[in-house]
Write a protein that binds this ligand. Structure first.
Ligand code: BGC
Length: 727
């Protein structure tokens, strides 16, 4: 028995029933009065979320002074840096960061986030998100690392390593929370938490692998999702939470529910009759801590007293929670880091913001040099549209307890271009042109009723196309730059969309600009892929900027002026039309039509796609035997005139065995810096484990047959070169 295990057992032995129930409780401090919060702290609450600064310090003191003095865990949604805090580093959205395909940068982002969170006396972030976005209508696509189990798992594991550091006891280490277990993004029609048609075998084969990577990386906590699978809400899903997660994967941290998941079993999902039944179902299923259902505290106590729930279930949950608190060094007077190198974090942010810019098209109009530009569109100078969700701007209610001047002025695309203009001989004329919505569009406006603080932030801007102003701005220009996309009200939780076209008059704006006959560069600033076939067809160049960090506008300006060639690639496929979904790369092969009669089969832009100011040539891949399996070797040459970094991708197609397998699936990737003209051999050890199929009984086998490995620059067939082996 380790020292910590003994201390945990002794402590549990001294805890009353109500102290155990309190330990399993987590409440948002920003929704409590000071008095209420203090009562909970004294009662021995396990955790508060969304407390910052002095308030957190006061509550921690109250907890430490209480009967057993068990410290409270403070959690926060630091999903892209400690971004809910005004003054912290705001990194790009997870989807934007995924465009970099950069494990090393992601680990560094985790480190930077942890240092800033820890310096505030907080201990835990609800990140990373392991959902895979395969239905683009879902509101939370921006929070994902895209559509691939491999990319998601690799980036999530890197972020977890960064957040938790080498030892959780270190001053700058905080707890990570892999969420939302499991298949949350798969709900029907992209409608958040709706019925989710996946089988247990699909879960094991497709959705579990990123969680395995998270668990193997030592992730201390995991959050359950809202959705039901086969009619059983995840909150009550014992087979998945206890059987698969804690049993099969050997997860030894603790499970926290999502927001009011327990209450929702009654009020929304109509699965349990009463809150008592709901608390019983949740505890038995394997949820260790209940987020935001304060009433469940009394119910847990009553259930044990009534004899419906064994106190040993509470003991097991509390054991997991306390073990994590000991691992974190909370009982041993863990100190806060005194100095945080904010400048280093800004430099890291500049790097990942740059790598997050994706060039979709360029007929030679880029880079922009010595030109008169007309820069037009609702996204050009819109901070909320650029930053997107989960920042101090999108969640003002959370920061209220820590109002400090924010030190990093956001740089929008307009400000970024203006900053670099002189150095590149550019002059800039700016015009907004139209809003994100038309005056007659209220149905497309987000419902902010009941969220008074959101009104300012996601309030739709109804503004019809101002034809005169647009044409006059275009008049003296050599090149037109349109900046269009979506705004905060169209992306994030509660904001699923049926229509992914450019909203309002933005399409009309593009067509008006095109009608002038001048070269047109389209910059898409959006939370997620929009359906923009017109842009691919008609723009002279197109650049995608998913929700960026504080200075993403500068990264964009550096990219389009050719100051750097550090472009990223898409971690997600774009569709031509919302009705064409799904378009993700790792689908099963179809036949008998395969596609809608009025849509091509291919996505608008494929997973893994992205251009730069150079091009790369791939040699024929070859296999070498290695460690009882294979390594694939491919030669990559920078065939252009600019230095760059190629994101080399490895895909596999597996033989069917018992079940059909995806046409191809990403299994590995590497960032390879290459000077103009330079060649390198890239070696991928093939992880044979990842090629295994999951049988109905849950076992994993390497099926007999021919395996095809494909290496290249994107998931498109024309970008891949193949080699096979047989088992
Ligand atoms: C979200 C979680 C988040 C939690 C706490 C929920 O609504 O689904 O992702 O961590 O709120 O803010």
């Amino acid at each position: 028995m380790t020292g910590d295990t003994k201390r945990v057992q002794e402590l549990i032995g001294r805890m009353s029933l109500s102290e155990k129930a309190a330990q399993m409780t987590q409440i948002p401090a920003n929704l409590l009065t000071d008095e209420e919060a203090e009562t909970w702290a004294v009662r021995g609450i396990g955790s508060f979320l969304h407390a910052l600064g002095k308030r957190a310090e006061k509550l921690q003191k109250a907890a430490r002074d209480s009967r057993l003095g068990i410290p409270v865990l403070f959690g926060i949604d630091a999903v892209r840096g400690h971004a809910l805090k005004n003054g912290a580093t705001v990194f790009p959205s997870p989807l934007a960061m995924a465009c970099a395909w950069d494990r090393e940068a992601m680990e560094a982002v985790g480190r930077a986030t942890a240092a800033e969170v820890a310096a505030d006396g907080l201990h835990w972030t609800f990140a990373p998100l392991l959902c895979m976005a395969r239905d683009l209508r879902w509101g939370r696509v921006d929070e994902t690392f895209g559509e691939s189990p491999t990319l998601t798992g690799e980036l999530a594991a890197a972020m977890i390593r960064g957040l938790q550091g080498e030892d959780l006891k270190d001053e700058t280490a905080i707890l990570a929370c892999a969420k939302h277990f499991i298949a949350y993004a798969e709900s029907t029609g992209g409608r958040d938490s709706a019925d989710t048609p996946v089988s247990m075998r699909m879960i094991r084969e497709t959705f579990l692998p990123p969680y395995k990577k998270a668990v193997d990386a030592g992730c201390a906590t995991i959050m359950t999702a809202y959705l039901p699978i086969d009619g059983v809400p995840m909150t009550a899903h014992k087979e998945l939470l206890t059987g698969v997660l804690k049993g099969e994967l050997g997860f030894n941290g603790f499970v926290v529910t999502d927001w009011d998941n327990v209450g929702s079993l009654v009020a929304r999902q109509q699965y349990s009759e009463t809150l008592r039944d709901a608390a019983l179902a949740a505890a038995i299923a394997g949820n260790d801590m209940f987020m935001s259902t304060p009433g469940a505290y009394e119910e847990l106590i009553a259930l044990v007293k009534e004899g419906r729930l064994s106190e040993t279930v509470l003991d097991e949950a509390v054991k997991r929670i306390l073990t994590v608190k000991f691992r974190l060094g909370l009982f041993d007077d863990k100190q806060k880091p005194k100095i945080v190198d904010m400048q280093a974090h800004q430099a890291l942010n500049a790097r990942i913001q740059q790598e997050a810019v994706v060039m979709l098209k360029n007929n030679g109009v880029l880079p922009l040099e010595n030109k008169k530009l007309a820069v037009i569109g609702p996204s050009v100078d819109h901070i909320h549209a650029m930053l997107g969700d989960w920042t101090y701007m999108s969640h003002p209610s959370i920061r209220s307890s820590c109002e400090i001047e924010h030190q990093i002025t956001p740089v929008t695309p307009r400000k970024g271009l203006e900053r670099l203009a002189a150095g590149h001989g550019l002059t800039i004329r700016y015009e907004k042109g139209c809003g994100f919505l038309r005056e007659e569009d209220p149905i497309a406006a987000p419902d902010v009723a009941g969220y008074p603080y959101l009104e300012k932030i996601i309030k739709p801007e109804f503004q019809n196309l101002d034809t005169g102003a647009v044409l006059s701005a275009c008049e003296g220009a050599d090149v037109l730059v349109a900046c269009v996309g979506d705004f905060l009200g169209q992306t994030g939780e509660y904001r699923d969309r049926a229509d992914l076209d450019l909203s309002g008059d933005q399409q009309a704006l593009l067509e008006l600009m095109k009608s002038t006959g001048k070269p047109l560069v389209v910059v898409l600033v959006s939370g997620k892929p929009l359906t923009v076939p017109w842009v691919r067809e008609n723009a002279d160049a197109a650049v995608q900027l998913f929700n960026g960090g504080q200075t993403a506008g500068l990264a964009l300006a550096r990219a389009v002026t050719g100051e750097t060639n550090a472009f990223g690639k898409l971690p997600i496929s774009f569709a031509h039309h919302a009705g064409q979904l799904p378009v993700y790369h790792n689908q099963l092969p179809g036949w008998h039509g395969r596609r809608y009669i009025d849509m091509p089969e291919e996505p608008l832009y494929a997973f893994g796609y992205g251009l730069s100011y150079t091009s790369y040539r791939y040699g024929a891949p070859r296999l070498e035997k290695e460690n009882g399996g294979y390594a694939l070797i491919t030669e990559v040459q920078n065939a252009g005139e600019a230095d760059g970094t190629e994101i080399v991708q490895l895909y596999a197609h597996r033989p069917a065995g018992q079940r059909m397998t995806p046409v191809k699936e990403l299994i590995d990737f590497a960032r390879v810096p290459l000077k103009a003209g330079e060649s390198k051999e890239v070696r991928f050890p093939v992880d044979m484990e990842s090629l295994k199929a999951v049988r109905d009984d849950g076992s994993r086998v390497l099926e007999k047959g021919t395996y095809t490995l494909m290496a290249g620059s994107s998931s498109r067939d024309e970008d891949l070169r193949k080699v096979t082996f047989t088992i």
